[in-house]
Design a protein around this ligand. Structure first.
Ligand SMILES: Cc1cc2nc3c(=O)[nH]c(=O)nc-3n(C[C@H](O)[C@H](O)[C@H](O)COP(=O)(O)OP(=O)(O)OC[C@H]3O[C@@H](n4cnc5c(N)ncnc54)[C@H](O)[C@@H]3O)c2cc1C
Ligand SMILES: *[C@@H]1O[C@H](CO)[C@@H](O)[C@H](O)[C@H]1NC(C)=O
Ligand SMILES: *[C@@H]1O[C@H](CO)[C@@H](O)[C@H](O)[C@H]1NC(C)=O
Ligand SMILES: *[C@@H]1O[C@H](CO)[C@@H](O)[C@H](O)[C@H]1NC(C)=O
Ligand SMILES: *[C@@H]1O[C@H](CO)[C@@H](O)[C@H](O)[C@H]1NC(C)=O
Ligand SMILES: *[C@@H]1O[C@H](CO)[C@@H](O)[C@H](O)[C@H]1NC(C)=O
Ligand SMILES: *[C@@H]1O[C@H](CO)[C@@H](O)[C@H](O)[C@H]1NC(C)=O
Length: 612
């Protein structure tokens, strides 16, 4: 190339980067991608999949293929407008995983949602943007056995995702604030406070302030400038993954500035990996299929295969590939290739109840209200010391029960994890409950969506058969450990106290109407009444909903502990397979998951490129 041409090419590249043009190549026909020697095949075009793909494809000489079952819906207002939250639930864009009958709710089932679309769950999520406590990132290092996993490292990776927009004068006036070091400046996602003139239901009016004051006064929890700086116990105006033009900032924003070495096959799922015969195993290809009726076909891998299909789908891909526990594989008629009994186990999913304070408001639509309170155990329990003692006395019993039920590999490992998590929330004050303040849900109310963030219960997700189009057997095992109910009850009791405080302010006098004291009387021994309402038993309300934050099903921890991947995101027993999605997180954190997962995926991309 002549000097002039070279200069011209450089200018074109710079222009592309500046204008965020996208040159990734989309395909719908698998034959289009079968003739290429792929350096990386990424399974899943969701949050973690698109982060890793984009970063790997920044090396122009690497050929990267993403395989995603969903479609590109970036022009669909039900996707790009977060105010339409819920519009695509139970459509083909939602995996809508159904649980097994749950004994605790009289064998009823629940649905856990996940996006089946470019962007994955970030294309359908609620866009709340916050981070966990410093101690929770630090304890990952203890569990994983590698102190690279700490707050300092992960904070810098989480920042990489963001182009943070500081609050403007009106937003500051409304209560928004931030801490500079807790945000990135040149990442693909525009993170900030939604423009109040476009989304009136956020910020405006007295409600967020009345809620905040109630949290300060009743829970003695401080107002925080920013929930992203590692100190998140308290109440804050939280940012969202929504741009100032009111556009959802899903992981597909990572496609801006990509080149034509990144290819995306839509409408196809990976059903399993094809292995060499030698140990450790090498994945030489992935098996791909469009519909249950069409025949599967093969795409060859010339380098790493990166699994990013999400916490409820990645275990199934592994199990169909012969990776997992012998008894689980045997039941599904699958021959074991790699013995990893932790696959599909250690599932942790949260349960949510919404309480309502009746008000003459008539907000329509849905979406984030921007006010989130996180409370810790001392703010919820007057008898926290007894609760602590009670927990320590029962760890043996609870962990042995979960092991006997087949939901964890080793009771002793689970106990160790609980102890790390308990240290963080008992000694370091990390939050245990989220109180998500909501304007307009339930209708004509101010609502508080509430969930215990750190369930002790463990469940599992496994293939029901070798059929890649059959839904998995999904058992979150809700409330299996009784302390989970104790935390949920204490959290709802705290909400009732918040509502009582709020109802002394003008406009809020009508007070709590959901569940209301007819349903749950205000007596000293109303635990059973709260429990019934939480579970939706005896016709008392609909019962809890799921938060759709599943994790833990391919946990990163030592192999001897029942781990599935090691600290470099590599699958044990294989040479070239990585897992980067929510399944690797071994324990829950006290935050909505996306910011944390962007950080983990950025970290993984560096490790895969070997730049750590
Ligand atoms: C309804 C809902 C609301 C949420 N609200 C918030 C919120 O407000 N704030 C927040 O921070 N987080 C929120 N989350 C959580 C967050 O969005 C997820 O935790 C996160 O997106 C998970 O990332 P992931 O990469 O593990 O999986 P995903 O983002 O779900 O991506 C997985 C991708 O893999 C694809 N896939 C599945 N199977 C296969 C296969 N066999 N072959 C190839 N590809 C496959 C899927 O179609 C999907 O695109 C919410 C999630 C949901 C579902
Ligand atoms: C895919 O491409 C191949 C080769 O060009 C062609 O034969 C086939 O009909 C195409 N399939 C579909 C579904 O379009
Ligand atoms: C729930 O299902 C289990 C297993 O099938 C059964 O033993 C139990 O009696 C059922 N419980 C109710 C309340 O129906
Ligand atoms: C955190 O990890 C980084 C490496 O990623 C390391 O340099 C640093 O010392 C660690 N910090 C602590 C407190 O362990
Ligand atoms: C967290 O921030 C609050 C409010 O600024 C402060 O009172 C508290 O001491 C901080 N906690 C820690 C652990 O830094
Ligand atoms: C709320 O708005 C809807 C639609 O505009 C209207 O039909 C309804 O009467 C309103 N309700 C109240 C309480 O204002
Ligand atoms: C702590 O107090 C709550 C009531 O606030 C009660 O339900 C619970 O049993 C107590 N826990 C212990 C371990 O004493």
């Amino acid at each position: 190339m002549s000097g002039l041409l070279r200069l011209f090419a450089l200018c074109a590249t710079l222009l592309l980067a500046l204008h965020g043009a996208e040159a990734a190549q989309f395909h719908w026909n698998v034959t289009d991608v079968q003739g290429t020697a792929w350096d990386y095949i990424v399974v899943g075009g969701g949050l973690t999949g698109l982060v890793v793909s984009r970063r790997l494809a920044e090396d122009d000489d690497k050929k990267v293929l993403v395989i995603e079952p969903g479609s590109d819906e970036r022009k669909n207002p039900d996707i790009y407008q977060v105010s339409k939250y819920g519009a695509v639930f139970d459509t083909p864009l939602d995996w809508a995983f159904k649980t097994t009958p749950q004994a605790v709710i009289g064998n009823h089932t629940r649905k856990i949602r996940a996006g089946r679309v470019l962007g994955g769950s970030t294309a359908i999520n609620g866009a709340a943007w916050n981070r966990a406590a410093k101690s929770q990132y630090d304890l990952l290092g203890d569990i994983v056995g590698d102190d690279h996993f700490n707050f300092t490292t992960l904070q810098s990776y989480m920042n990489r995702a963001e182009s943070f927009v500081p609050p403007n004068a009106a937003q500051r006036e409304a209560g928004a604030d931030y801490v500079r070091s807790a945000h990135g400046t040149d990442g693909p996602l525009s993170i900030g406070f939604s423009p109040i003139q476009l989304a009136k239901r956020m910020f405006t009016g007295p409600a967020p302030h009345v809620f905040t004051q109630a949290v300060n006064a009743v829970l003695h929890a401080p107002t925080l400038r920013d929930q992203c700086d590692g100190n998140n116990t308290g109440v804050a105006f939280t940012p969202t993954s929504i741009s100032q033009q009111n556009m959802r900032q899903a992981s597909y924003m990572y496609l801006k500035g990509t080149h034509d070495n990144l290819h995306i096959l839509l409408g196809h799922r990976v059903t399993k990996l094809i292995w060499t015969d030698d140990t450790p195993r090498t994945a030489t290809a992935v098996q791909v299929q469009k519909t249950a009726e069409e025949k599967p076909t093969i795409v060859h891998a010339n380098g790493d295969v990166v699994l990013a299909a999400g916490a409820l789908n990645t275990p199934g891909i592994l199990e169909r590939s012969g990776v997992g526990a012998k008894d689980v594989l045997h039941k599904a008629g699958i021959q074991q290739v790699i013995h990893l009994p932790g696959v599909g186990k250690n599932l942790q999913e949260q349960t949510m109840n919404t309480m309502g304070l009746k008000a003459d408001v008539n907000y329509t639509g849905a979406g984030p209200s921007n006010t989130i309170a996180n409370s810790n155990v001392y703010q919820l329990f007057p008898n926290a010391t007894q609760v602590k003692k009670y927990m320590y006395e029962h760890l043996d019993e609870w962990s042995e029960q979960l092991q006997a039920q087949g939901h964890v590999v080793h009771a002793s490992t689970l106990q160790q994890h609980w102890k790390y998590v308990m240290h963080s929330f008992l000694e370091k004050g990390a939050p245990v409950t989220e109180h998500f303040f909501d304007t307009g849900f339930p209708a004509n109310s101010y609502g508080i969506d509430t969930w215990f963030l750190l369930p002790f219960s463990r469940g599992s997700v496994h293939v029901a058969s070798s059929d890649a189009f059959a839904p998995p057997t999904l058992d979150p095992n809700y409330f299996a450990v009784p302390i989970d109910m104790d935390f949920q009850v204490a959290s709802l009791r705290a909400n009732r106290r918040l509502f009582r405080y709020m109802s002394k302010r003008p406009g809020f006098e009508q007070g709590e109407h959901i569940p209301g004291t007819d349903m749950v009387p205000e007596t000293d021994n109303n635990y059973d009444a709260w429990r019934s309402w939480i579970l939706g038993l005896n016709g008392k309300g609909h019962g809890f909903g799921t938060v759709s934050h599943p994790i833990g099903t391919c946990s990163m921890m030592p192999r001897a502990d029942g781990g599935v991947v090691g600290p470099r995101f590599s699958l044990y027993g294989a040479t070239n397979v990585r897992i980067v999605d929510a399944s690797i997180l071994p324990v829950q954190v006290s935050a909505h998951l996306s910011s944390t997962l962007y950080g983990l995926a950025e970290f993984a991309a560096d490790m895969i490129r070997d730049r750590d």
